[in-house]
Design a protein around this ligand. Structure first.
Ligand code: GBH
Length: 578
């Protein structure tokens, strides 16, 4: 016993005492390896309660003064007055009332859904409340030095776990009709598998019921990156085959509980990103023997299998549910008309959208360029697996923030694909935000902390056409996240200057106009979700990067609408059929 505990303490970094007061469904056996060199010659199992897990792997967490569910505070009517306009709209002759100009050939149909999105670890806070078990993100934020550049955590975040009633009431007051949020897997299953925490299910019951009470349609994502820690430390999380069954079991609990109240479901959020977290930082999690470059793709393989299982479970619970995975990427613009750049563009589609969209929408299998690489270390999907994966996304749910110019590597594509130590291997394409003149950027930049993100709304219609023509989603396309980090927003110190966010406002206006253009040309777009409901924990950037259409005072947890919130809603007031 003493030996195994010591090894766990090593993994966690800081020596802490074991807590005996388990308040949770049961304990779990966690294996720990004695050696740090990777050879697990000494392995043991110890029974740990949820509190033990926190003490050993995470340590103390911060809490906020509001720590029970609160009724919504009344929304001041002054905060619902639209901001002064950013543009100089036309005035009808002889009048002082600005004219809301409108293109009469555009419209959002009546059933088009628009809303906002958030994710559990980024907004909930209350990380130890009511039996939640730790996730890998509790370890990444608390223990891994400099993983979060600001050394901040999600311990309190937006305190949404206790203030969700107010959050939902505010959306309703603004006229927002859809709220998309994710569930914390380790609240529902503190160990990731086995024991189910009824308090967590009750909590989400009430979040959903509150939405319905306010006329806001809830949409639910099962997994937005906060993997239960125990699954990572037992079998390597998404690197282990067992994850598919554990994810399916979790999905079944959730569907059985909530399917009668929630129609739109997303299984996983952006596997390109969370598979890209692998390899996780060394010494904080169970070691794995999978070579680092292969890890994201082993993860991706298991994601497809897990997603497919969850999809079929959902359909067996209620065949009319809309179930999809959420992926990310962006429009890929061929930088020059060279054939090498054309090939690079195809590789970029294959290694991003195609990685998950080809298997689920086209044929149950990877794009050929990707497969050439994967078949060197992954088993091919069996015919049965292909059959179960194909057709498992009802809509193309895409988080489409921006676009990139794509070009071949300087060395050429062949020199990269044939050399596994090439810096761009295995993708073997290059990207830039600069036009081929090397002078102008693709569009206005977001915050310097998000160099991947410029406003590039000109390319949205082409992108939507490409998605529809390539993957032909039966249920249409939804932009399930879009938004921009207002430049230098964290440096603004007075509330009034924070609340007017012109880059973000113009981003939403132009993006929605671009969608209207594509729709008028025949693309079936069914919904949009602005990212994000409010400023939140921007993962490894902490709270220094803001994506919210609401500002949150992190000291008081008061919320304020920004100008972009009005711009977003106004586009639907103007263009949606009544
Ligand atoms: C979304 O991903 C996430 O779903 C959401 O949780 C997050 O808050 C939001 O973005 C805003 O960032 O640093 O050059 O390696 C969007 C897709 C993919 C964009 C990973 C940033 C990292 C690029 N993200 N990418 S880089």
């Amino acid at each position: 016993m003493a030996v195994s505990l010591l090894s766990i303490l090593f993994l966690g970094g800081i020596p802490v005492a074991l807590s005996q007061n388990a308040t949770v469904p049961s304990t779990t056996a966690v294996s720990a390896s004695l050696t740090s060199s990777g050879s697990a010659s000494f392995v043991t199992n110890v029974d740990l309660s949820v509190d033990d897990l926190w003490d050993l792997y995470v340590g103390p967490v911060a809490t906020f003064s509001i720590n029970t569910t609160v009724e919504p505070t009344p929304i001041p009517s002054s905060s619902l007055i639209p901001p002064p306009t950013l543009y100089y709209p036309p005035f009808p002759t002889g009048q002082q009332v600005p004219l809301q100009s409108k293109n009469e050939s555009w419209k959002f149909p009546k059933d088009f859904w628009y809303g906002v999105a958030g994710a559990a670890y980024q907004i909930e806070g209350a990380v130890k409340a009511e039996g939640r078990g730790p996730s890998i993100w509790d370890v990444l934020t608390h223990r891994v030095v400099n993983y979060v550049t600001t050394n901040e955590t999600g311990d309190i975040a937006d305190n949404n776990y206790y203030q969700y009633k107010e959050d939902i009431a505010r959306l309703a007051a603004l006229g927002i009709k859809t709220y998309s949020f994710s569930l914390s897997w380790s609240r529902i299953q503190p160990f990731g598998s086995g024991a189910v925490n009824e308090q967590a299910l009750k909590h989400y019951d009430d979040v959903i019921d509150t939405c319905l009470e306010y006329g806001v349609t809830p949409q639910v994502t099962l997994y937005h990156w906060d993997l239960p820690l125990v699954l990572q430390n037992t079998y390597g999380g998404w690197l282990g085959d067992q994850i598919a069954d554990d994810f399916a079991a979790y999905a079944e609990i959730v569907f059985n509980r909530f399917a009668s109240k929630v129609h739109y479901w997303f299984t996983v959020n952006e596997p390109i990103v969370f598979c890209g977290f692998y390899p996780l930082p060394e010494n904080y999690f169970k070691k794995t023997s999978t070579p680092p470059k292969q890890q994201p793709y082993v993860c991706g393989h298991n994601v497809l299998l897990a997603h497919a299982k969850a999809y079929h479970i959902a359909k067996s619970v209620n065949s009319s549910l809309s179930v999809s995975f959420k992926t990310n990427g962006g429009y890929k613009i061929q930088r020059t008309d060279s054939s090498a750049d054309a090939e690079a563009v195809q590789r970029a589609w294959d290694f991003q959208e195609g990685w998950f969209a080809n298997p689920t929408f086209i044929n149950g299998d990877y794009p050929s360029t990707l497969k050439t690489y994967l078949s060197t270390f992954l088993p091919d999907f069996t015919e049965e697996q292909k059959k179960s994966i194909n057709g498992t996304s009802d809509i193309f749910a895409h988080d489409a923030y921006t676009s990139d110019f794509i070009m071949a590597p300087d060395s050429g594509i062949e020199a990269c694909t044939s050399n596994s130590s090439h810096s761009l291997y295995p993708q073997c394409y290059n990207t830039t935000k600069l036009y081929a003149n090397n002078y102008w950027a693709i569009g206005p930049a977001g915050d310097p902390g998000t160099p991947w993100l410029n406003k590039a709304t000109d390319w949205v219609p082409a992108f939507l056409h490409y998605m529809q023509d390539t993957w032909k989603p039966k249920g249409g396309i939804a932009i399930t996240e879009f938004g921009i980090s207002e430049p230098y927003e964290a440096l603004r110190k007075d509330l009034a200057s924070i609340l007017i966010d012109p880059i973000r406002s113009s981003y939403y206006r132009d993006y929605l106009e671009a969608i209207l253009i594509a729709m008028s040309e025949g693309v079936n777009v069914v919904g949009t979700l602005a990212w994000s409901i409010y400023d939140n924990l921007e993962w490894s950037s902490g709270y220094s990067i803001k994506f919210g259409i609401q500002y949150v005072n992190m000291t008081t947890q008061e919320r304020y609408f920004k100008a972009s919130a009005f711009e977003y809603v106004n586009m639907f007031n103007v263009y949606q059929e009544k």
